[in-house]
Design a protein around this ligand. Structure first.
Ligand code: GLN
Length: 394
């Protein structure tokens, strides 16, 4: 006999989880697989892993790095990360201020869990990365949105008044994702200084997600908020090796903050994950030591070329692109495609070309983003060439 919903009433999902649907990013990956399409939806990053990183995995396993690591991460990796951050103007102590996490997603979850309480409000810029929002809401936190507007030159701008409008007595943190997913905004030093001043005035944490730190174009500079004078103390700096080393499936990220907070982050990391995968941490440390500035410069150069190739194809297809300054996504105007919702248009494009994209409303509050699709260009040259050919034939 099947149980009726009524009989299950005593046992129900946590209401904070009820609204948690499969992300549109993943949904489009599933749709793409059904038709054997080219996945420009999920930022999978299926470009080759550098040999020095890939080759180090088998060695780490053979050398016996197969058991739990310390909850704050393998020491060698923390040292390498501290050195890498120093090159970006950040000074964190490897022993007491860095925690290796399960991707930046794990880091973000830990920061929110360790520092905020249900009912606290957190400011995010819109378009936003949906995982930031869902992480907050499932923890009982309340997102407040500051809309960004695309300017004629393609950059996305923030209105200072909008920040003031979003802040209230329960606001505790502001999220900065630079370079930003999905719009590719690279926050300038001036903008970050302004955000820092605002955060100081309202005594807010600054949660930064810098996973696209090496994907910055047109000679622009990636600025870490914590490198700006006076901001280190209130900032939790988060990043990941996923995109930098093309290892999105390894789930290796990290977070860095003043030692007073980092200790608690390590404890939460222990509680939920115990540690990030040990042999992968060892391999990443080994690989990172061998990769110099040329490698990072190459990432930016290659992806700038792919950005230009994709944007040209989108323009030709009548899907006018908002040319990104960084990260590896393009938001393009899809209003010429048939359909009412962004999902209709994404599905139309998938059926017509075999190209999967993410509907723009996934990055916006209700009623916005329906004319946008997000295209990922963190792809191999072969996939990019084929995808651009198909767009031009659209
Ligand atoms: N960050 C990637 C994206 O935006 C992957 C997200 C995911 O699969 N959760 O596509």
């Amino acid at each position: 006999m099947t149980r009726s919903t009524n009989e299950d009433m005593g046992r129900k999902l946590n209401p904070r989880i009820e609204g948690l649907a499969q992300s549109a990013i993943r949904a489009m990956t599933v749709e793409c697989a059904k038709v054997g399409g080219i996945n420009l939806a999920q930022g999978i990053c299926d470009t080759p892993v550098p040999h020095v990183v890939a080759d180090a995995v088998a060695t780490a396993v053979a050398d016996g790095f197969n058991t739990y690591a310390r909850c704050e991460g393998v020491e060698d990796l923390r040292r390498v990360l501290a050195k890498k951050m120093r090159a970006g103007g950040l000074d964190y102590d490897a022993e007491t201020e860095i925690v290796v996490t399960i991707g930046a997603t794990g880091a973000f979850q830990i920061a929110a869990t360790a520092l905020l309480q249900p009912g606290d409000e957190v400011i995010l810029f819109e378009p936003f990365y949906g995982y930031h929002v869902s992480t907050l809401t499932t923890l009982g936190l309340v997102p407040r949105f500051v809309p960004m507007a695309p300017s004629a030159s393609g950059t996305w701008t923030i209105n200072d008044n909008a920040l003031e409008r979003a802040v209230g007595p329960r606001t505790r943190a502001i999220v900065v994702n630079t370079p930003a997913n999905p719009c590719g905004k690279v926050f300038s030093r001036g903008e970050l200084t302004g955000i820092g001043k605002f955060a100081a005035e309202h005594d807010l944490w600054i949660f930064t997600d810098e996973v696209y730190e090496h994907f910055v174009y047109d000679g622009l500079e990636h600025v870490s908020p914590a490198a700006i004078e006076g901001l280190r103390e209130r900032t939790v700096t988060m990043s990941s090796l996923s995109k930098t080393l093309s290892v999105t499936g390894w789930r290796l990220g990290w977070m860095a903050a003043d030692a007073r907070w980092a200790r608690a982050f390590a404890q939460v990391n222990d509680l939920v994950y115990v540690c990030a995968p040990t042999p992968l941490q060892v391999a990443a440390a080994c690989g990172l030591k061998k990769l110099g500035p040329d490698y990072y410069a190459g990432l930016a150069r290659d992806h700038q070329r792919k950005r230009d190739q994709l944007c040209a194809a989108l323009s030709e297809a009548g899907l006018s692109p908002h040319v990104p300054q960084g990260a590896y996504y393009v938001l393009a105007d899809s209003s010429r495609l048939p359909g009412v919702t962004a999902m209709d248009r994404a599905m139309h494009l998938l059926r017509a070309t075999g190209l999967a994209t993410v509907p723009g409303n996934a990055f916006h509050t209700a009623g916005r983003g329906d004319n946008l699709l997000r295209f990922c260009f963190g792809k191999t040259d072969a996939d990019m060439n084929e995808a651009c050919l198909r767009l031009k034939r659209l």
